[in-house]
Ligand binder design. Structure first.
Ligand SMILES: Cc1cc2nc3c(=O)[nH]c(=O)nc-3n(C[C@H](O)[C@H](O)[C@H](O)COP(=O)(O)O)c2cc1C
Length: 197
């Protein structure tokens, strides 16, 4: 993943830690917890992988008909959390989510191995299934029937883009003297403040 297009503070700071985590080869360094809220205001969180990060926002790939997709269709406010034990850093981002362009989603989808693309097209993510074995059988059947076929991005899958509106960077300090820096987007300007640990 390249972060070359990031130019704004505090996104540059987020980029700095992502690069540190990547360069230290931390396992799943790009994993982030995304929290959404359903129609009854019940929050729910899950880990996804950050696939692209630009001045436009943070992108991840998923199934638009999944539980998270349903939540997002009624509430665009989401919260993301990164934590890297080895860096002693936590980053919390609040933002607004939207579907990325078809082109952006296709670029990512087409870069995936065929096996992953097949799993994506046959998995009705978050739907109840009979058993894990029944899903595996479905995958096997699909692999055989789609041999030699070009697998295109299905309509119900793609990238989401999260536009950050609030960012908090938490750096662990000794004896609970953690450093918490908060940035809030007001208009086009990021306002910086500090929070008590
Ligand atoms: C390390 C890790 C990475 C994951 N990456 C993704 C991802 O990029 N996209 C995705 O849809 N699910 C990903 N998942 C699975 C999600 O956590 C979740 O199970 C799935 O998206 C269904 O969530 P939902 O039912 O809340 O919609 C990942 C899980 C883990 C543990």
């Amino acid at each position: 993943m390249n972060f070359d297009s990031i130019s704004q503070e505090p996104l540059l700071e987020v980029k700095y830690f992502l690069e540190q985590a990547r360069d230290k080869k931390l396992r799943d360094w790009n994993g982030m917890t995304v929290s959404t809220v359903d129609e009854e205001q019940r929050p729910s969180s899950r880990v996804v992988l950050l696939k692209k990060f630009t001045d436009d926002g943070l992108f991840f790939y998923t199934n638009y008909l999944s539980k998270k997709g349903k939540d997002i269709s009624i509430n665009k406010n989401v919260s993301i959390n990164f934590w890297w034990r080895e860096l002693q850093v936590q980053i919390r981002i609040g933002g607004s989510i939207s579907e990325a362009s078809r082109k952006e989603s296709e670029e990512y989808f087409n870069s995936r191995p065929k096996g992953s693309r097949i799993s994506a097209i046959i998995s009705n993510q978050s739907e109840e299934i009979e058993s894990f074995e029944s899903f595996q059988e479905k995958v096997e059947t699909a692999i055989n029937s789609l041999r030699g076929e070009d697998i295109k991005l299905p309509e119900h899958c793609g990238m989401y883009k999260i536009k950050p509106l609030q960012i908090e960077i938490w750096k662990e300090g000794e004896y609970r003297r953690h450093e918490r820096t908060q940035f809030k987007l007001e208009g086009k300007k990021w306002i910086k403040s500090f929070l008590s640990p």
